[in-house]
Design a protein around this ligand. Structure first.
Ligand code: DOR
Length: 442
């Protein structure tokens, strides 16, 4: 099975954008160079203005299967990924049943094998009883701990329990860092208020900073690998500048970079998510922290809810917004506007994620690496249109935004997963592997 790209502008591992051919066989990149795909079976001529990037690895998504398939399922979500240039995802445990055991992890892996057109990995969720499978179940990208913003058994808000979690085992812990006690106290202050804008006041910057500081303290106490999910505030970004150590990484979502509290006026509860949108000032500091390497990567926190669910009055309305279809064009549009470079987007959305989560052989366009690629069109600008979306929830907070860098072709494991606005009907995805040694030797 061969495929290739001729004369494309290719993002190379050193960050250069250069005219190259890419030759692919049996799921891997076999050659990158001038003329190497001439006469190569299956090679596609890349039009001027299209750019070949490593496929996006989205390290935080909620795909709702099993149990909440009316919002999304693994098939629809993975199709949306292929359309968005996302060739792999790491999915969260707040499904029904919760993914907290080897059996529930195995069930998700089996479902994904039957349904996902892109590659997949899953978190195992921590509950306060710290089930033994937390340390032994696999394959998994890590343990998810909701320090706040969660009801039921996944809520890990007790500092003593968190201390025991960090003390035990050695796999990566990814935290949703919001202080539950502070959120609950502030909820009383705004009781009876149905304006969704109060969401950002209840779950304020201080609630996020307190939880981030607690998690960082525990990671340093036990020298534990910590990943802070969806960093949202200037306060956290500024504090991490001087307190982040090599065992700690963090991410930011496109919506925390590109939307702020003014979005409630136009989007209402569609702008409601956890952690909430912040001020324009927070956005500016997050961008700078990303450019400076304080923030390591981009994740969407794709969290679909139906429009009917979202139409409920705040605070009954659920938190979360979809993102996998728009994340790459949003970031490339920001790059074209001068916020960052295309090379940075490639690093933040692919190589850095593979490195942080110890995913071997992905994140670079180089011989011997897996052929997970996306070819984007930087010639044209097209709006985000609701009727074109493949996510089952069928809405986006970015509808109407005119974006460039839309994927034209997505390649997963050396096969075309998306082209001509069509998604491949077969499940081309494979389970991601997690190997602590690979990136140490690259
Ligand atoms: O807004 C959110 N919604 N944030 C999360 O972390 C969870 C998510 C969901 O699952 O709906």
């Amino acid at each position: 099975m061969t495929l290739g790209f001729k004369n494309g502008t290719v993002l190379l591992p050193d960050g250069a954008l250069a005219k190259r051919d890419v030759a692919i066989a049996n799921g891997q990149i076999v050659a990158v160079g001038e003329g190497v795909a001439a006469g190569w079976p299956g090679a596609i001529e890349v039009p001027e203005g299209w750019v070949v990037l490593p496929g996006v690895i989205d390290p935080q998504v909620h795909f709702r299967e099993p149990g909440l398939e009316h919002k999304e399922d693994l098939t629809s979500a993975a199709r949306a990924c292929a359309k968005g240039g996302v060739t792999a995802f790491l999915e969260m445990p707040n499904t029904r049943p919760l993914t907290t055991t080897q059996a529930t992890l195995d069930d998700k892996l089996a479902r994904a094998a039957r349904s996902c057109v892109v590659n997949y990995g899953f978190f195992i969720g921590s509950t306060p009883d710290l089930l033994p499978d937390l340390d032994t179940a696999g394959p998994t990208c890590g343990i998810k701990a909701f320090m706040g913003s969660m009801h039921g058994p996944l809520l890990m808000s007790d500092p003593a329990v968190l201390d025991r979690l960090f003390a035990r085992g050695d796999r990566l812990i990814a935290v949703h860092a919001e202080d539950q006690a502070r959120i609950e106290a502030r909820r009383q202050l705004y009781a009876g208020c149905s304006d969704p804008a109060v969401h950002s006041l209840i779950q304020d910057n201080q609630a996020a900073l307190m939880a981030t500081q607690l998690a960082v303290g525990l990671a340093q106490k036990y020298q534990r690998r910590l990943h802070i999910l969806h960093l949202s505030t200037a306060d956290e970004a500024l504090w991490l500048r001087t307190h982040k150590t090599p065992n700690i990484s963090c991410e930011v979502t496109p919506q925390h970079l590109l939307l702020d509290i003014t979005a409630y006026e136009t989007l209402g509860t569609l702008a409601q998510m956890n952690p909430p949108l912040r001020t324009p000032g927070d956005r500016r500091v997050l961008w700078q922290a990303l450019r400076d390497g304080v923030i390591d990567c981009i994740a969407t926190d794709h969290a679909p809810h139906t429009l009917t669910e979202k139409a409920q009055t705040y605070p009954q309305s659920p938190s979360g917004m979809p993102g996998v279809e728009t994340e790459l064009p949003l970031m490339l549009t920001a790059a074209q506007a001068g916020e960052c470079t295309i090379a940075q987007v490639g690093r933040w959305m692919s190589e850095n994620v593979a490195r942080l989560y110890q995913i071997p052989n992905k994140g670079r366009i180089a011989p011997g690496w897996d052929a997970d690629l996306v070819v984007v069109n930087l010639q044209a600008y097209r709006p985000v249109v609701r009727s074109e979306l493949l996510t089952k929830c069928a809405w986006s907070p970015f509808e109407g935004w005119k974006l460039t860098g839309w994927p034209e072709i997505t390649v997963v494991n050396g096969q075309i997963a998306y082209r001509d606005r069509q998604v491949h009907p077969e499940p081309l995805g494979q389970p991601l592997r997690f190997d602590p040694n690979f990136w140490a030797t690259v």
